[in-house]
Design a protein around this ligand. Structure first.
Ligand SMILES: Cc1cc2nc3c(=O)[nH]c(=O)nc-3n(C[C@H](O)[C@H](O)[C@H](O)COP(=O)(O)OP(=O)(O)OC[C@H]3O[C@@H](n4cnc5c(N)ncnc54)[C@H](O)[C@@H]3O)c2cc1C
Length: 277
């Protein structure tokens, strides 16, 4: 049960959503954008958040598209992880989505909610970082298209009242060779010890990670180390581990030393597979 009342709004356009957010903010309602609701409901039940109003983005047409337009794959922020996997237009993204949570939760969880969520795994962003995708962000001044690298460092940086509308990915990235490994402490559902997603682009391996540090990331330095094929793989991996952007996570899913062990194995698997392929 959610132990407080809140107002529910379901705008049918981007402009109305942004204007309602601003209006509700002025009324002191502390509004939140709402997509799948899985994180919002969980946190509201435990009294960790107290929105006076939620603005459900799912009736906005632009947030529900999933199609090719001019050699770009456009995915609306409210497309669910189940729909992403089923359509399989970007196989690395499909596989990443398919490994998040369970089927019932994936029927609710949206691409935008996963990327914008406060829980720091945000695995769906990994393929978008690897494919140099662009994002469309709505705000009071209209729509802004920008590279994901400009706005995603640890988390998506949004102005107050802004929301993610769509992601855009060039066709040339969609069918590149890839690997995706998700290692959990136990079972097939739940947050990762280590998730590694990788694409092979122009004979180089590009990697991105979740569960390793307290945020998902892609690192040019790590990729440089892993692609240094003149030295043995074990040495490359040692160098790559030395380039992590933050200390290894140490939490209920696993200790930092155990994560390091799993990460090394996973990097080795990824490089072996993609160097062969
Ligand atoms: C059982 C279970 C297991 C899970 N396991 C994993 C896992 O292993 N790995 C993983 O990465 N995730 C996992 N998740 C999902 C994750 O933790 C979040 O619950 C989920 O991604 C939130 O998505 P949502 O669409 O329900 O977002 P919501 O709950 O609707 O919103 C989450 C946050 O994002 C904001 N938001 C939503 N959409 C937008 C938008 N378009 N623009 C701006 N802000 C927006 C909201 O305001 C809110 O702050 C799991 C979830 C469950 C329920």
């Amino acid at each position: 049960m959610i132990p407080f009342d809140f107002d529910y709004y379901q705008p049918s356009s981007i402009q109305i959503a942004v204007e309602w957010f601003r209006f509700l903010q002025k009324l002191g309602k502390n509004p939140m954008y709402y997509a799948g609701g899985t994180e919002i409901i969980t946190w509201a039940r435990t009294n960790s958040i107290h929105p006076g109003a939620v603005i459900d983005l799912k009736s906005i047409p632009e947030c529900n598209v999933m199609e090719m337009q001019n050699d770009k794959l456009i995915i609306g922020a409210c497309v669910t992880l189940s729909a992403l996997s089923a359509a399989n237009l970007f196989p690395l993204l499909s596989e990443t989505a398919q490994k998040v949570a369970d089927q019932t939760a994936r029927n609710k969880i949206t691409l935008g909610g996963n990327i914008c969520g406060k829980i720091y795994y945000r695995e769906a962003v990994l393929p978008l970082l690897l494919a140099n995708s662009k994002v469309i962000i709505a705000g009071i001044r209209g729509l802004k298209e920008t590279s994901i690298h400009q706005v995603f460092t640890q988390q998506l940086s949004l102005g107050h009242g802004d929301f993610l509308v769509q992601t855009l990915t060039d066709r040339r990235y969609l069918s590149l060779p890839f690997v995706h490994y998700k290692k959990r402490q136990i079972g097939n559902v739940g947050y990762p010890l280590v998730t590694l997603a990788a694409l092979k682009v122009n004979n180089r391996i590009h990697t991105a990670y979740s569960g390793v540090c307290p945020f998902p990331f892609r690192s040019v330095e790590i990729d440089q180390a892993l692609n240094e094929s003149s030295i043995p793989l074990a040495a490359r991996i040692e160098q790559a581990i030395g380039k992590l952007p933050a200390p290894l996570l140490n939490n209920v899913e696993g200790s930092a030393p155990y994560r390091k062990f799993v990460l090394k194995q996973t990097m080795a698997d990824a490089v072996h597979t993609l160097e062969r392929g």
